[in-house]
Unconditional design. Sequence first.
Length: 328
Amino acid sequence: MTMDDRNDAPHPGAGTSAAASPRPPATATTPGSPTPAARPTTAVTTLLTLATAVLWALLWALAFITTKLALEDASPGWVVGVRCLAAGAVLVALRARHLPAARRELGRLTLAGLLTTTGYLGVIGFALPHLSAGMAAVLSSGTPLLVVTLTVLSSRSRLRPVHAAGLVLGVVGIVMSAVDRLNLGVVTVGGIVLGCCAVCCLALGTFLTPYLIRPGTDLFLATGWQSLTGAVPLLLITACTGDLVPDGMGPRLVGLMLYLALGASILGMTLWLLLIRRVGPSRASIAQFMPPLFSIALAAALLGEPVTLLEALAVVPVALSTVLTTRR
């Protein structure tokens, strides 16, 4: 059994009846199929998972737009560092009673924070001045490609043809989008390289999440500790560069930072961890195809970023690759 199978396998008791009966039921059922009473529960669970994924994708897409706007008034290290520090402090304070029970988990949570907060959010923050918001989202949607690659390498199993096709499609879509953005002059090669480095950190953090965040760990505490510890290196870098106090501090920046801290970091990251816990990292990564769609539309409406036919078409292979590479 591969790691994907372990993460994505249903609970052993799913789909079985609650009690045995000496007499056969009045309605015949196919052996191994869920009972009629279980079907509504399964349907509700599926709908809740889908709603969670859509809400996370919308929050994540808005985070690219909001960060892009905030960077007009402050440095990347300050924007991401303060966002994560505020979110982490709030969550850790609210869940402080769980800290004694989770003290053995704090080292692993710190590593997760360095990967997902410092490595991904921090680096993508430094890349955004040289990237369009839509391009940043397209790069981030490549996370499933790397997660599947890491899964194959870790399990020493052969890459299935459907997964190989998904990887190729994903690379094609990302290259299409990058070439289009480069031709329009709204991104730079350096920005794309930084964005790719950030996505590598996110993919590694996603892949390691089931090992770093144990099933019994409080999700809000996990999110808070990751944000808190991941913000420290970013703020230290910012302090060393002399950009600790932004020049454009005002109501606009405060409002943007409130959304980033409350909406993106607290709610968004918690929803992401919930998705990973519920369906496993590979299947949760399917949700990564939605933020580019939302980001491109929102960036055009709110930031005036151009949308070309090639940019729109590039989303198609990226979305297909996400679905194919996460198939069991």
